[in-house]
Design a binder for this molecule. Structure first.
Ligand SMILES: Nc1ncnc2c1ncn2[C@@H]1O[C@H](COP(=O)(O)OP(=O)(O)OP(=O)(O)O)[C@@H](O)[C@H]1O
Ligand SMILES: [Mg+2]
Length: 192
């Protein structure tokens, strides 16, 4: 097999329609869980997928940033930059990152619009009372105990998207159902 026919054989096994799917929502809303569930399904079907998780990003490319408005904005712009690079190169970039400010999210959307890479905003709209019971990382308990200040949705702003591409009420769904609704959105837009 020549090199070029090997390349095209490779491409046949891959779905190359890139897109960014940003999952925004409160801590413990279900963003990471849904992203990995969806990633598994997409990979099984031959999509190239990367999950840009908030925690990993903050350990590495956003190390040193804190949780002020300015730092949160910078963090979201960095992740948005990476996601757009991936999306325009045929990768599904799944981004479970809180992104509490509407103008930060809008800037990311704008950069995608400029390059033509599809961008979908999914609001994982689990209410704060459900999130604070889930409290996967113990942040709500810490905030309540006065050990942490500036928790998104409690004593720090969360600007809920006004017109997301999809809104998920995870408190009424299984993880699989939530992931399936994002998958259905991708299908509807011709991306899966
Ligand atoms: N339909 C659902 N979708 C997603 N998660 C769900 C759902 N139902 C229950 N859960 C549970 O909610 C929790 C969500 O935690 P997860 O770490 O995904 O939140 P997160 O939004 O990524 O939070 P953080 O911003 O702190 O990283 C998990 O324990 C998950 O099993
Ligand atoms: Mg998470």
């Amino acid at each position: 097999m020549t090199e070029s026919s090997a390349n095209s054989a490779n491409l046949e096994n891959h779905v190359t329609s890139g897109a960014t799917v940003w999952l925004t929502g409160l801590p413990s809303a279900g963003k990471t869980t849904i992203a990995y569930e969806l990633a598994g399904r997409l990979r099984d079907e031959g999509h190239r997928v990367e999950v840009l998780d908030g925690d990993e990003i903050r350990e590495f490319i956003s190390a040193g940033l804190g949780f002020s408005r300015a730092d949160r904005h910078t963090n979201v712009q960095r992740v948005g930059f990476l996601a757009e690079l991936l999306a325009r190169n045929g990768v599904k970039a799944l981004v479970p990152v809180i992104a509490p400010y509407a103008d930060s999210r809008e800037a990311v959307r704008g950069r995608h619009r400029k390059s033509g890479a599809p961008y979908l905003e999914v609001h994982v709209a689990t209410p704060v009372d459900v999130c604070s019971v889930r409290d996967v990382k113990g942040l709500y308990a810490k905030q309540a105990a006065g050990e942490l200040k500036g928790l998104t949705g409690v004593d720090d702003p969360y600007e809920a998207p006004e017109s997301p591409d999809l809104r998920i009420e995870s408190q009424h769904q299984t993880v699989q159902e939530s992931a399936a609704s994002v998958y259905a959105l991708l299908t509807e837009r011709g991306l899966a």
